[in-house]
Design a protein around this ligand. Sequence first.
Ligand SMILES: Nc1ncnc2c1ncn2[C@@H]1O[C@H](COP(=O)(O)OP(=O)(O)OP(=O)(O)O)[C@@H](O)[C@H]1O
Ligand SMILES: [Mg+2]
Length: 258
Amino acid sequence: MSEPYLFFHGITKRFGDTEVVAPFFDLKIAHNEFVVFLGPSGCGKTTLMRMVGGLEMPTTGQILLEGELAGPPDRRRGMVFQSYSSFPWLTLAENVAYGMRYRGDLSAEEKRERCSHYLEMVGLADFADAYPNRVSGGMRQRVAIARTLAAGSEVLLMDEPFGALDAQRRERLQAELRKIHRRDAKTVVFVTHDVEEAVFLADRIIVFSRRPARMLADLDVLSILGPDRPISLRDEERFFRLRTEVLQMVRAAAGDDE
Ligand SMILES: Nc1ncnc2c1ncn2[C@@H]1O[C@H](COP(=O)(O)OP(=O)(O)OP(=O)(O)O)[C@@H](O)[C@H]1O
Ligand SMILES: [Mg+2]
């Protein structure tokens, strides 16, 4: 890899006495790569994402985006949080449109179109004018996903974005996300506990140890499964062979009590 697009350089992180990331975590992510962070609960995945998003500072080391310090949040990085709260005083459509507030390059008409397109994609077209307190948690999570996709950030930071969704919707959105990544050349960092989701989505899976998070494996999924991920891939033998392999790795990482 020449200059990495996103570079975790010598990162450690402590909260008081709690060591969350150690020792000196290094990771290089290329432009347009889809990287999945997979690891046991509480190991530090969200903390790492928040550092990339500029919401948390590493204790040592630096996070570099195209060679420059990542710094405070900006529109290049779009985040979907693990527990997202939408703005209750805005309708679902207005919540999605909020993500595009800095997109001076888009006309009002284009923004309306993008808004409808992404609401449709997440299955909320009929709820555009509803307020968040009138819809379920899973639907609010889908609004968050639509909002981040509509904003069109270069880097998508997604922290268990599909956790609250039913299995079918989840599969569909996974396939959509993979398509968006391919079509729009997005760099994606995606956190999940779910091995099947990780294998389906990833170009590369980073397996973490228990806290403090260390990198246990860096798996090149792209060379095994290729870039196209149709839903039918799940029925193929190479898919479940890889899934089993990763599952065993994750079990070993979590220890006996998980
Ligand atoms: N602001 C904070 N202050 C103190 N401790 C924190 C803070 N944020 C996170 N931690 C601790 O850091 C550790 C890692 O938390 P983090 O949320 O990054 O884990 P995670 O891998 O995302 O877990 P999960 O899979 O359950 O979401 C936990 O022990 C957590 O209690
Ligand atoms: Mg988390």
